[in-house]
Ligand binder design. Structure first.
Ligand code: DUC
Ligand code: ZN
Ligand code: ZN
Length: 457
């Protein structure tokens, strides 16, 4: 029976900001109030600190085969980095390989995560290869708590489903109460443009940007919305990056269609100019869809404020520079993905709240509460309330964070935000009442995370 009081912090939730004490017993929030005097094993003074629900990152790729390699963070290093960055729950993508069964894919991801993850975790399933019985298997997967599917409109030779297959998966999602997450890019057009660029000798990392003009995202978003209406099923867009996509979602929401979407830390903070860096450095920013420009960033921030976009995820899909060099002679072979599980909360706090783009409530919502709600984990996760898990992140608003690959916990040997200095510092993190990060350092046990069987929607 552990009893802890978090004293006098300023509690930020998705709907309010107030000063109070929190009494935690056996990992659950039992009381919130003024000057709590219960008997406790520990009383932690948090006066002057921001106390928020632990971050919920619903888009990660740990220990995941991608192209010709595998992401460099596994469930141990990736979740330690997440914890140090204030994230206490992740939902990782279990990606079906060709000729692999869906149930088997989820089992494989359980093996990857068990005894390694240090924070609580769930899975989505990426459906890339339909087979006889695959719809029945999706039902079994949902019963096991994997209540969301991802489909690709991209990578025609490996991961893409055609429109008819997308329709079938959407119908299954509607039937089982599972959310279908869409990677919206027109893969067929992208492949043709990329082929032309390589033919013209344009083989460097900037080819990744040039082969993926904004319209390839916007067209796919509109097509997916149309198909979801035919299937009468809700839809969630992952990693949206453009002004056009944000507008398409705003329009769909105006019609009250059940469409939702996320963007990612990198689309809100980084510019496409990175692809033109010399010495193959641009490869470090090869992630999909590519980084965009200022107009897009402004539209994404606006989308978060107005509700057309509701979540910011990391899309943590990490590779070292050496792995990126697989594509040194042809950008099409550069493994696609960026590394940012550790800095999502920090950057959204600084570039969102401190910079005046988001209110404290909007910030908590997009990094914690909305993702927990969207993916069947609320109010166990994503909330500071009586009965919720005591997953709590503490920010020192007077602290400063300097981002560097030298000091981060991720295994990547570079950072897309190298040298950035930002207001605020994540100082303590609690997971189910246990302090797992103190002074920015992971202090919890190895492999202490638990699998989250998520609810249907
Ligand atoms: N899609 C993702 O969700 N992550 C990395 C690359 C990709 O294509
Ligand atoms: Zn994707
Ligand atoms: Zn991803």
């Amino acid at each position: 029976m552990s009893k802890v009081i978090l004293k006098g912090g300023t509690i930020w939730t998705a709907d309010s900001v107030y000063v109070a004490d929190i009494f935690i017993q056996d990992g659950i929030i039992k009381t919130i109030g003024q000057d709590i005097q219960y008997q406790a094993d520990e009383v932690i003074d948090l006066a002057g600190k921001i106390v928020m629900p632990g971050g919920v990152d619903v888009h990660t790729h740990l220990d995941a085969p991608v192209g010709e390699t595998t992401t460099i963070d596994d469930f141990a290093s990736g979740t330690v980095a997440a914890a140090c960055g204030g994230t206490t729950t992740i939902v990782d993508f279990a990606t079906q390989q060709k000729n692999q069964g869906l149930v088997e894919t989820v089992e494989m991801w359980h093996e990857k995560a068990a005894d390694k993850a240090v924070i609580d975790y769930g899975f989505h399933i990426s459906v890339t290869d339909l087979y006889e019985g695959s719809m029945t298997d999706l039902g079994k997967v949902v019963d096991s708590g994997v209540t969301s599917f991802k489909i690709f409109m991209d990578y025609p030779d490996t991961l893409m489903l055609d429109d008819g297959e997308i329709f079938r998966v959407l119908q299954a999602g509607g039937r089982y109460g599972a959310k279908v997450c869409v990677h919206a890019s027109n893969g067929k057009v992208i492949d043709r443009i990329a082929e032309d660029l390589v033919y013209q000798g344009k083989t460097g990392p900037e080819g990744h940007l040039l082969s993926r003009p904004p319209a390839t995202e916007v067209e796919a978003v509109n097509r997916a919305i149309a198909i979801s209406r035919m299937a009468d099923a809700p839809l969630y867009f992952v990693h949206l990056s453009t002004e056009g996509a944000a507008y398409a979602l705003a329009e769909a929401k105006d019609h009250e269609w059940p469409v939702d979407g996320e963007t990612c830390t990198h689309y809100l903070t980084l510019d496409k100019e990175l692809y033109f860096k010399p010495d193959f450095e641009g490869a470090k920013a090869v992630l999909t869809p590519p980084l965009a420009g200022e107009k897009d960033r402004d539209a994404l921030w606006k989308g978060l404020r107005t509700g057309s976009l509701s979540i910011v995820s990391s899309d943590h899909c990490p590779f070292c520079f050496e792995q990126k060099k697989i594509g040194i002679d042809d950008f099409r072979r550069i493994p696609n993905g960026g590394s940012g599980i550790e800095h999502r909360i920090q950057l959204m706090y600084a570039d969102g709240v401190v910079a005046g783009r988001l209110t404290p409530q909007q910030f908590v919502d997009i990094v914690s509460t909305a993702p927990a709600k969207a993916f069947g984990m609320y109010p166990q996760k994503g909330q500071i309330a009586i009965g919720s898990d005591a997953d709590i992140t503490v920010i020192d608003p007077d602290g400063v964070t300097k981002i560097s690959a030298e000091t981060h916990n991720m295994r990547t040997d570079y950072s897309l935000w190298e040298g950035w200095e930002r207001a605020g510092r994540i100082v303590r993190v609690f997971s189910r009442g246990e302090e797992i990060v103190r002074d920015g350092v992971y202090v919890g046990a190895a492999g202490r995370g638990s699998y989250l069987k998520r609810r249907t929607i």
